[in-house]
Design a protein around this ligand. Sequence first.
Ligand SMILES: [Zn+2]
Length: 254
Amino acid sequence: MSVQINNKIVGYSVVDDVEDESLAETPAVESTESSNEDISNVIQMHEKLERPDHLVGSTYKVKTPLSEHALYVTVNDIVLNEGTDHEQRRPFEVFINSKNMDHFQWIVALTRIISAVFRKGGDVTFLVEELRSVFDPRGGYFKKGGKYMPSLVAEIGDCIECHLKYIGMIGGSKVDAHQKEFLDKKRAEYDKKSVATKATSNTVQSDEIKSTQESSAAESFPAGSQLCAKCTTKAVIKMDGCMTCLNCGDSKCG
Ligand SMILES: [Zn+2]
């Protein structure tokens, strides 16, 4: 529709009421309004949420070369909106126990702060990266499987990541199924090559290699693997002129 303007334009205003009214008439908006109401009934994590008497949780054992005693990290979860479509499991508190009391006051402080962050709600996954980027000035250590741990704090971050993956707050492995298959194939090729070269020099040794490979096939990476700068795991091998990480798939050629 066109309107002819014969007079001078002396002022104008944007008419926005018309748009709102026309939208309000459509049933689509009504349905979102009612679903908004539903969402407002959904309980989200917030700090005033009372702790139920019973919580479910998981305990992770951490054994480090720093101490002869293991550390036990327990994360308890609260289940919100149980039995509804909005059911979700959120971390509520963390406890750390050990016979080793060396770092106890810091550990207690850390667990209290982490628990407080959990109870605030929202996206708490940032905690993992924060903790994992703490480096012990005395140096870190390698875990079974060749993963480098820069500090005890980082190890606690690892436990929390493990738990958040378990309850579905963090997605699974960053390596997708297709890439995993490719890496497994590379790994098998590499193993075959290295066994073949050793076999020519010493037949008894090759049997030994085979047996150790069978026992640790899933967890560890080939002996002599280099440290990957991306995932800090000793899993980088040289194949076909490329340095390839068998853990995260990071690759550099040339
Ligand atoms: Zn890597």
